[in-house]
Ligand binder design. Structure first.
Ligand SMILES: CC(C)(COP(=O)(O)OP(=O)(O)OC[C@H]1O[C@@H](n2cnc3c(N)ncnc32)[C@H](O)[C@@H]1OP(=O)(O)O)[C@@H](O)C(=O)NCCC(=O)NCCS
Length: 169
């Protein structure tokens, strides 16, 4: 049965400690990647009800530095499910201490694959997007999958129909 993105929604809130910072006193990029990976893996697991592994990190934009002491909230949701793979979108927010107003600082797109106990890919439920943003992310996911497969040498550019259509019209 198809599932909705909100069924996989995963929210991780944590603080940035000095030991997790770079020499400028901001959150170390690798630490943020690990936190994003964790949130995405939980979202993928909630969607598929199975063991999941990270297949690729398709995109990460470190748009803004995150100072030590920040309260960081990471929100991950499945944006599209294919046969055994799932695209997960992750948005990163920090909040102002006084006003508690949130601002988005970073985002990422991960691909997870559902596997059995032997690590063999297995089929996952379909995804039905509900909101406008979820529909937009769903629409672009096949292009991003093809691009990721090309970059990892698993697909020939000539076979990437969805990507080609973007340029040819
Ligand atoms: C990810 C993994 C299960 C894929 O196995 P595989 O033998 O290549 O299996 P397939 O070729 O059938 O691919 C399975 C799915 O992953 C997708 N996939 C594989 N590599 C991908 C990539 N780089 N980008 C996007 N999707 C990818 C395939 O398109 C396929 O999707 P679909 O079933 O939804 O159509 C396997 O490579 C693996 O176990 N990798 C290690 C994972 C891991 O340990 N991660 C943590 C790293 S520390």
């Amino acid at each position: 049965m198809a599932k909705t993105p909100k069924e996989s929604l995963t929210i991780l809130t944590d603080i940035v400690l000095p030991g997790e910072s770079n020499p400028l006193g901001n959150l170390f990029g690798g630490e943020l990647l690990a936190r994003m990976d964790r949130a995405c893996s939980i979202a993928a697991r909630r969607h598929s009800h199975s063991i999941v592994v990270t297949a690729s990190v398709n995109h990460v934009a470190f748009n803004n530095a995150i100072p030590v002491g920040s309260v960081v909230t990471i929100e991950a949701k499945v944006s599209r499910a294919f046969k055994s793979s799932m695209e997960i979108y992750v948005d990163v927010w920090i909040e102002d201490r006084e006003s508690q107003k949130r601002s988005k600082v970073n985002e990422g797109i991960y691909t997870f694959v559902a596997v059995d106990k032997l690590g063999k890919p297995i089929t996952v439920p379909k995804l039905e997007p509900e909101t406008e943003l979820e529909k937009e992310r769903y629409e672009g996911a096949l292009r991003r999958k093809q691009l990721s497969l090309i970059l990892s040498g698993k697909m020939k550019p000539t076979d990437a129909d969805e990507l080609k259509a973007l340029f040819i019209g």
